[in-house]
Design a protein around this ligand. Structure first.
Ligand code: C6P
Length: 413
C-alpha cells in the first residue's frame, strides 16, 4: 500500500524497531493511538540510554576524570542535535527542562520581572493548561491582564481576533502551534509578526508540532519555543526551551544552585554561560542522550515524510469516522489539521468508549485533554481522541472504526 511507505521505508520495518508492538493487549495486537499523550520508544532510544548507563555514567560539568568528560560530551552533544533539529543558531539557545510544562513555567517565572499593572499577556482560547495556568499566575502576581485570541466555529483562530487581542500594551504572546484537542495547525508565524509589530515577545507551545512536522525557529520567527522529548520517541523527563540567545541572556534564572553559577561568594553570585544558567543542579543526562537518539531516528526518516504520512493517516481516519454516523468530530477538516482527531459518539461517554476499545487492544484517550476551558467553549466535558504517529497503519484505523461500531451496538446508539 502506497501510504504504508515512508521515504522508501516500510512502516512494518519502522514498527519492528519498537519492542512494545510485540505485546498483546487483552489478547489482541496493540493498536496504540494515544500518541498525543506520549509516543512509544524505538530500541535505538532504549539502547542509547542503557549504553550510557552501562558504559559512560557520571555527572556532567563537574569532573576531570574520563567518565565525567564522556558524560559531559554526550550531554552537550544532545543540546547540539536539538539545536540543529529546530534550526537554532547554537546549543546556547537550547535549555533542557523536564517537559513542555516546565519550559513554560521557566519562561513565565523568568519574564515576570518585565510585567506590571496595565501590561497584557496574550494566549489563545485553545491552550493546553500548560500554556495557560503559568500565565494566569504571572498575570495574578504582577497585575498584568490575560487576554485571549478567539476561536471561530471552524476550530481555527479568528484572523481578526489576533489583531484585536494584541496591542501596544502586550508584553508577551504565547500560542499553541498544534491543538492537542482540535488538531488545528495555527499560523504561528503570523501571530509572531503581529506580536513583534507591537513590541511583544513571542513564545510557541510546540508540544504537538515538533514531533510531527519540520519546525524551524528561524522561519517561525519566535523568541521562545517549548516541547517535550517523550512525545517525539524520546524518554520522559526531558523537555526543551528554545530561546533566542540575547533574550535568554538578559533573563533572570528560574532555579538557583549548582552548575548555573560562574562564581559564588558568601554575599552574591554570578551566573554561568547559556544554556547552563537555566539548568541548575544535576540534569537528566541519560534522558538527554535518549532525546538525541530520538532526534537521530526522526531525522533518519525525515520530518517531511513523517508529516505527510501523518496527514495521510488523519485524512483516512477522518473520512472513515465521518461516515460512521452518530459521531461529532471537533476541529477543522483534515487538510488543516495535524495527525489527531477528537470526537464523541452521541449517547456514549468518551471514557466508556475508551474502555470498550481497550478490550479490543486499542489505546485512545478519553477526557478533557488538559484543556478544560476549550472543552467548555465546545460545550462538552470531554472527548475521545485518536492520535497517530509514524508507526500507525490504516489497518489500525480500520480496527478503530470496527471497534467503535461494536461499542455503538453495546450502547444501542
Ligand atoms: N498533552 C495530551 O494528551 P508535558 O506534559 O509537559 O510533556 O506536555 C504538556 C503539553 C503542553 N502543550 C500541549 C499542546 C500538549 O498537548 C501537552 C501535553 C498531552 O494531550 C498530555 S495532557
Amino acid at each position: 500500500m502506497m501510504e504504508a511507505q515512508l521515504n522508501g521505508l516500510e512502516v512494518d520495518k519502522i514498527r519492528s524497531d519498537f519492542p512494545i508492538f510485540g505485546r498483546l493487549i487483552n489478547g489482541k495486537p496493540l493498536a496504540y493511538l494515544d500518541n498525543s499523550a506520549t509516543s512509544q520508544k524505538p530500541a535505538q532510544v532504549i539502547e542509547a540510554m542503557s549504553s550510557y548507563y552501562r558504559e559512560h555514567n557520571s555527572n556532567v560539568h563537574r569532573g576531570v576524570h574520563r567518565l565525567s568528560i564522556e558524560a559531559t560530551l554526550a550531554y552537550e552533544e544532545a543540546h547540539k542535535k536539538t539545536a540543529h533539529f529546530i534550526n537554532a543558531s547554537s546549543m546556547e539557545e537550547i535549555v533542557f527542562t523536564k517537559n513542555t510544562t516546565e519550559s513554560i513555567n521557566l519562561l513565565a517565572y523568568s519574564l515576570m520581572g518585565l510585567l506590571k499593572k496595565g501590561d497584557e499577556i496574550v494566549v489563545t482560547q485553545m491552550e493546553h493548561h500548560s500554556n495557560l495556568v503559568p500565565w494566569q499566575q504571572a498575570a495574578r502576581k504582577t497585575g498584568a491582564r490575560l487576554k485571549f485570541i478567539e476561536i471561530g466555529s471552524n476550530g481555527e483562530l479568528k484572523r481578526e481576533g489576533i489583531e484585536s487581542a494584541i496591542t501596544k500594551n502586550t508584553k508577551i504572546v504565547s500560542a499553541i502551534h498544534v491543538s492537542n484537542v482540535l488538531g488545528t495547525v495555527n499560523d504561528v508565524r503570523h501571530i509572531g509578526q503581529i506580536a513583534h509589530e507591537n513590541g511583544a515577545l513571542f513564545a510557541i507551545d510546540a508540544a504537538q508540532s515538533v514531533p510531527h512536522m519540520p519546525v524551524d525557529v528561524g522561519k517561525l520567527g519566535c523568541d521562545f519555543l517549548a516541547f517535550s522529548g517523550h512525545k517525539m520517541l524520546g524518554p520522559t523527563g526531558i523537555g526543551v526551551l528554545f530561546g533566542k540567545k540575547d533574550t535568554l541572556g538578559s533573563m533572570e534564572p528560574f532555579l538557583y544552585g549548582g552548575d548555573m553559577i560562574r562564581e559564588v561568594s558568601f554575599e552574591e553570585s554570578r551566573w554561568n554561560d547559556l544554556p547552563w544558567k537555566f539548568e541548575a543542579g544535576t540534569p537528566n543526562i541519560a534522558e538527554a542522550v535518549g532525546l538525541g537518539a530520538a532526534i537521530d531516528y526522526l531525522r533518519g526518516i525525515g520530518m517531511d515524510n513523517i508529516e505527510s504520512y501523518g496527514k495521510s493517516l488523519v485524512r483516512y481516519a477522518y473520512e472513515k469516522l465521518s461516515s460512521a454516523g452518530n459521531i461529532e468530530i471537533y476541529g477543522p477538516p483534515p487538510e488543516k489539521r495535524s495527525s489527531l482527531i477528537s470526537f464523541n459518539i452521541k449517547g456514549m461517554h468518551a471514557h466508556d468508549l475508551a474502555e470498550l476499545l481497550n478490550a479490543e487492544g486499542i489505546a485512545i484517550r478519553g477526557g478533557h485533554h488538559c484543556s478544560m476551558p476549550l472543552m467548555h467553549l465546545l460545550g462538552i466535558t470531554g472527548s475521545a481522541r485518536a492520535s497517530f504517529y509514524l508507526y500507525n497503519t490504516r489497518e489500525e484505523i480500520d480496527r478503530l472504526c470496527e471497534a467503535i461500531g461494536k461499542a455503538k451496538a453495546v450502547f444501542k446508539v
